[in-house]
Design a protein around this ligand. Sequence first.
Ligand code: HEM
Ligand code: HEM
Ligand SMILES: *[C@@H]1O[C@H](CO)[C@@H](O)[C@H](O)[C@H]1NC(C)=O
Ligand SMILES: *[C@@H]1O[C@H](CO)[C@@H](O)[C@H](O)[C@H]1NC(C)=O
Ligand SMILES: *[C@@H]1O[C@H](CO)[C@@H](O)[C@H](O)[C@H]1NC(C)=O
Ligand SMILES: *[C@@H]1O[C@H](CO)[C@@H](O)[C@H](O)[C@H]1NC(C)=O
Ligand SMILES: *[C@@H]1O[C@H](CO)[C@@H](O)[C@H](O)[C@H]1NC(C)=O
Ligand SMILES: *[C@@H]1O[C@H](CO)[C@@H](O)[C@H](O)[C@H]1NC(C)=O
Length: 419
Amino acid sequence: MPSSTTLLTILILTLSFLPIALSSHIQACSEPFLKLAQQRNISDCKRLRTLGAEFAWSYHNGTNSSTVLEILFGATLDAPQGWMAWGVNPGKRPEMIGTKAIIGIKLSNGTLGVKTYDITKETKHNCNLFPSDIGLGLSAANMLMRREVFNNVYTIYARLTLPSEVYNVTRLNHVWQVGYHIEGDRPLRHPTTLRNVDSTEVMNMTSSSGHSTGQYRSFLRSVHGVLNIIGWGTLLPIGVIIARYFRVFPFQCDPMWFNLHIGCQLTGFLVGTAGWAIGLSLGHSSRYYTFHTHRIYGILIFTFSTVQMLAFRLKPEVTDDYRKYWNMYHHFLGYGLLAIIFINIFKGISILEGGDGWKWGYIGNLAFLGAIAFGLEVFTWIRFFMDKAKARSENDEAIKHDRNKEKQDSVEAPKPTKT
Ligand code: HEM
Ligand code: HEM
Ligand SMILES: *[C@@H]1O[C@H](CO)[C@@H](O)[C@H](O)[C@H]1NC(C)=O
Ligand SMILES: *[C@@H]1O[C@H](CO)[C@@H](O)[C@H](O)[C@H]1NC(C)=O
Ligand SMILES: *[C@@H]1O[C@H](CO)[C@@H](O)[C@H](O)[C@H]1NC(C)=O
Ligand SMILES: *[C@@H]1O[C@H](CO)[C@@H](O)[C@H](O)[C@H]1NC(C)=O
Ligand SMILES: *[C@@H]1O[C@H](CO)[C@@H](O)[C@H](O)[C@H]1NC(C)=O
Ligand SMILES: *[C@@H]1O[C@H](CO)[C@@H](O)[C@H](O)[C@H]1NC(C)=O
């Protein structure tokens, strides 16, 4: 039955895409960075998930129920001037506002400096960022920014004391950031690509692998991507293939083609709409950045597929005169829709910057569907020409037969006269 087939398809696809989507595997540090950490007797080290940043840490119990945390934060600063920051957030969530930050600044003449800052709501709006005392036992003596010998990498080393009532080292909110604009020695706004807004996590400093959570936005983005790829990107095209090749020619599977077509299109539409809604709500909650083209295509896709879905109810009767035009329009819009869907999926994948897993996963998916469609198309034409050839030879045969018959007729009997 159509429903179980589509369910199976969804299941297989989900199983093949989820690992890519949800892999939040912890990556070990690069060799040179690990060396730098070891020079400071810091052995735990991991790559952070954005901005090419790396992070090494060690901790021990301090006096007065506190934890002494030593960190080494490294990131690439390609621009002639800029800043990089690392900080902890005593609030509920790992986010920019409320962060106690250590910011290292690189001036255009190469001078480096590192200071502490309180990041507030005002910072986000008009960026009045001036150094302030954030406590945590931080002073010029235990903070250092350095240019390392490889690949424009800069590091910030700091030793801070976290009071246990405020910070729990088994789930510490920490954030990092890199910006490319400064004014004098004041850091200015950083870019707001996904890389820059995904640079937060909740980390368990007592786990030597650096286990982290708190990436619910990027989790939702992955869910958005998976649902859209399955709904719009896979089930709808399968439904189109079914309608094209199994309706009349080369295979006539009535009414199975119709049930399967409707099953695929309806499930695809529902799954895709769920993904679309997640995308819209993500877009809505991040007021400071919008992906205009992706958004517009997304809205077009939803609108036109809704129109296509209305075909259920508004389809003219087979006998109606304008059924032919209606069919033309339904097919035309259908193929146009597929084109926008494919474009938008690749746009989404490039926004996500999720690496090649997504891209090749979907290209593989399309190649598979494309191969099936191509095979069926070739088969259609072969069958078309064979049928035609057969019809012609049958026709020839028939004509020959007729002629023979005529000859015989003419011999044996007078030609029939028209009446
Ligand atoms: C220099 C002035 C700064 C300005 C004007 C600024 C502005 C912004 C803006 C507009 C966003 C996008 C928010 C959204 O739509 O979700 C953002 C996000 C973010 N910023 Fe900043 N920022 C500044 C400094 C910093 C610093 C120093 C840090 C690091 C300590 C930082 C860390 C982050 C993080 C982690 C996000 C991700 C989203 C969030 O947590 O709100 N920013 N920032
Ligand atoms: C054809 C299928 C798709 C549709 C209709 C769609 C639709 C949307 C819409 C309407 C938004 C909100 C845009 C905004 O307001 O800024 C959005 C955001 C987004 N989409 Fe898609 N999308 C599709 C496929 C994908 C895919 C395949 C991926 C990635 C694998 C993806 C990744 C994203 C990301 C990363 C955002 C930004 C979320 C945020 O603001 O945090 N999209 N999408
Ligand atoms: C690292 O540990 C070794 C041995 O315990 C010690 O000799 C060395 O001074 C330490 N280095 C730093 C930077 O603390
Ligand atoms: C820190 O102190 C707690 C008890 O307060 C103890 O259980 C833990 O092992 C100590 N950790 C280190 C690294 O000394
Ligand atoms: C620990 O707390 C006591 C009393 O609150 C204070 O006098 C002392 O300076 C504190 N020690 C440290 C290292 O902060
Ligand atoms: C770089 O410029 C800053 C201020 O503009 C100045 O304080 C510093 O001494 C300069 N450094 C060098 C190496 O010229
Ligand atoms: C820190 O969080 C863990 C897990 O939620 C909890 O078991 C532990 O008691 C907390 N420690 C402190 C000092 O609050
Ligand atoms: C943090 O990691 C330690 C060591 O792996 C583990 O025992 C502890 O349960 C973890 N705590 C949390 C809150 O994840």
